[in-house]
Design a protein around this ligand. Structure first.
Ligand code: MN
Length: 297
């Protein structure tokens, strides 16, 4: 079996000025199962008067999956949902054929810490009607000193309520003191481990925030150890068998689909109107002219 692959995250900005690190997609790896976009936002202490503010923008072909650790953010979308997400909760928005949304800190000047993830929809599901759901409670159990929260799929005998459309899993492992567990894995899944806080030793590798540790399929267990307060996000899934294009806020299969989505956004078609609330301006896509999108698996 190949050793795990270490993938460095890169720094980026979302909204007006919220610093994040992006683990996927990267040059070395595009996806882990259907997970195709891994942003780690914060932890950041906003200055007075500042917060996360992301203006209206569209999505197609994916689900946005927000796992909130610190802070509160209001989601508003073009289906009419307005939902505050709090720590320990998941917001899951299914874009399907098209949806638009905004995200705003409930109060400026607070702390924010979250994982913002995208899940590619398989071909049979990607044109479905859009949807949104907040999940205030997720299964939790003690795993040898870690508090394990199953945020997607089934793990440790618990199944998350989050509605996903391909075989995948997400587990948060949080320790306050030293902890060491061996998690059973699905041998048909690939996995990625991201340290959100503190540091952890995963299969003998010391991992800190800012890198993703990738494991190819064929493993049946994973050793995770922390010497103190730490938080590890483990994501997995069956390797996604479809080539996708990922550009701006869209997951599609062809450049023509991207161009149609941009044209619909710019003309005010398809995506509807996000209910009022944000101060942030709507987002405009970068130009697709002359861009050759590279397929992506
Ligand atoms: Mn979004």
């Amino acid at each position: 079996m190949n050793p795990p692959q270490r993938i460095a995250s890169r720094a980026a900005i979302v909204g007006e000025d919220t610093p994040i690190t992006r683990a996927l997609p990267s040059r070395e790896r595009r996806m882990v199962g259907a997970w195709c976009f891994l942003d780690h936002a914060g932890p950041v202490q906003f200055k007075p008067g500042a917060g996360l503010h992301v203006g209206a923008h569209p999505h197609i072909g994916l689900q946005t999956f927000t796992w909130m650790i610190e802070g509160e953010v209001t989601h508003r979308d073009s289906l009419g949902y307005e939902q505050v997400i709090k720590p320990g909760q998941v917001n899951l928005m299914t874009a399907g054929r098209g949806i638009a949304h905004t995200e705003d800190s409930v109060q400026d000047g607070e702390r924010l810490h979250a994982a913002q993830l995208w899940i590619a929809l398989p071909d049979a599901e990607r044109h479905r009607e859009p949807g949104f759901c907040n999940y205030p409670e997720l299964p939790q159990l003690n795993a040898d000193g870690f508090r394990a929260t199953v945020i997607a799929g089934t793990a440790l005998g618990q199944t998350a309520p989050t509605q996903v459309y391909s075989p995948l899993v997400g587990i948060d492992l949080t320790s306050e003191h030293s902890a060491h567990t061996t998690l059973p894995l699905d041998g048909s899944f690939e996995y990625g481990a991201l340290v959100l806080r503190g540091e952890a030793v995963i299969e003998g590798e010391l991992v800190r925030p800012g890198e993703l540790l990738y494991f190819e399929p064929g493993r049946h267990e994973l050793s995770v150890q922390a010497d103190g307060p730490a938080q590890v996000l483990l994501l997995g899934g069956q390797p996604f068998g479809e080539e996708i294009l990922l550009w701006w806020n869209f997951v599609a299969r062809t450049q023509a689909e991207m161009e149609a989505a941009v044209a619909d956004w710019e003309a005010g078609r398809r995506f509807g109107t996000v209910r009022a609330g944000t101060q942030a301006a709507p987002l405009q896509p970068p130009s697709l002219a002359g861009v050759q999108l590279r397929s992506h698996r």
